[in-house]
Design a binder for this molecule. Sequence first.
Ligand code: FAD
Length: 346
Amino acid sequence: MQENELFDVTIIGGGPAGMYAAFYGGMRNMKIKLIEGTGELGGFLHTYSEKTIWDVGGIPPIRCDKLIGWLAQQARTFEPTLVFNQNVIELQNQTDGSFVLKTNTGESHYTRTIILATGRGIVELQKLEIEGANRYELTNLYYTVQDLNSFRGKHILISGGGDSAVDWAIELAEVARKITVVHRKRDFRAMERNVETLKEIADIRTPYEIVRLHGDNDTIHSATIAHVERQDSVVLDIDAVIVSHGFRSNYGTLHDLGFVIDDGVLAVNDQTETDVPGIYAAGDCTTYKSKVRLIAGAFNDAILAINSAKRYLDPEAPGMAYVSSHNDIFTEMNKHVSTSLKDLKV
Ligand SMILES: Cc1cc2nc3c(=O)[nH]c(=O)nc-3n(C[C@H](O)[C@H](O)[C@H](O)COP(=O)(O)OP(=O)(O)OC[C@H]3O[C@@H](n4cnc5c(N)ncnc54)[C@H](O)[C@@H]3O)c2cc1C
C-alpha cells in the first residue's frame, strides 16, 4: 500500500457488516480498505464464538467461530486492504470532497467515501474487580468460553446473572463435574425457562459475589464468596472461574462528529446515508425504521451502503451489483470452486 493511497471506500469495523461490505464492494469493482480496531475480523461474534448459530439464511446450524472464518474468507475474496489494531478516532473532510481518517496510532487513511460499520463500538469485557485477578487470566480465570471440552470434569464457579452467565452454566453442565453460580442480586436477569433449568443443574449462591481468589503458581484453586448483605463468607474449592459481567462499549469520539444520533446510534435513511454526503453506515451502529439487529440485517445494510457509495462516486452506475449467478467477475473464480452439495461440510 502506497502512502496517501486513495481508496473508493474505507470501511470502519470488521464485524459482519464490515466484512460483507468488503466483499460486496469488490463485486462492484471498488477499491476497498477495511480498518478494524482489534487484531482480527469477526466483531461482536467473538464474544459468543462457541455458540451455535441457526438464523443466518442458507447456513445450517454452525458454530459461530466457524461462521466468522467463512465470513472472513468471503471478505477477502477481492483482496481488500485490511488494517488491524487501529481505532479510527477522527474523520476530516478535504476540500476536494474526499476524507482523511485519523487513527489512535497516529496514522492517516485517505478515502473518497466512508462506511461506518462500528457495531457496538470498541467492546471491553467487564473484568472481575478484585486486586490481582488479572494474573490468573492466562490460566483458569475466563471471560469467554472458547472450548467446552477444556472444562470437562471440573468444578466451575460462574459469576453473573444475565443470559450469558446462565447459558454458559447450562452448556457447561454437560461436561463439568459441578457448576456453582454466584450472582450479587437475588434474581437472575436471564430467560425464565433457562433460570428454571439452572436451578436443576447448578449450586446457586445469591446474593453473593466473589471477593477473593486463592491460587498457587498463578492457578486458582479456591475462591472466597461473600454474602452482599450479611457478614458471611464461604471458601469454595474450584478448578476454574468464569466471569460473565457483561461488557462496556463505546464509540470514542467517532460518532460525535455532527451525525444525527438516535438512541445512541447513527440515524440513517433507507439508503444507509448519514447526513454527511459520502458517509454511510451499516450494521448495529445504525438505526432506521425497519432496522434488523441481526447478522442477516448487517449483510443487507452492507449492500445498501456499498450501493449508495457506488452511486455517490458514479451517479450513472446501476443501483446494485449484477447478481452473482450471472456476474462475469466470477467466471474465472467459478472454475476453482466446488458447488457440489456433497462437498458442503458444515
Ligand atoms: C449475545 C448476543 C447474541 C447474538 N446472537 C445472534 C445470533 O444468534 N444470530 C444473529 O443473526 N445475530 C446475533 N446477534 C447480533 C449480531 O451479533 C449483531 O447484529 C452483529 O454482530 C452486528 O454486526 P456489526 O458488523 O454491525 O457490528 P459488530 O459485530 O459489533 O462489529 C463492529 C466492529 O467494529 C470495530 N470497531 C468499532 N469502532 C471502531 C473504530 N473506531 N475503529 C476501528 N474499528 C472499530 C469493532 O472492534 C468490531 O470488530 C447477537 C448479539 C448478541 C449481543
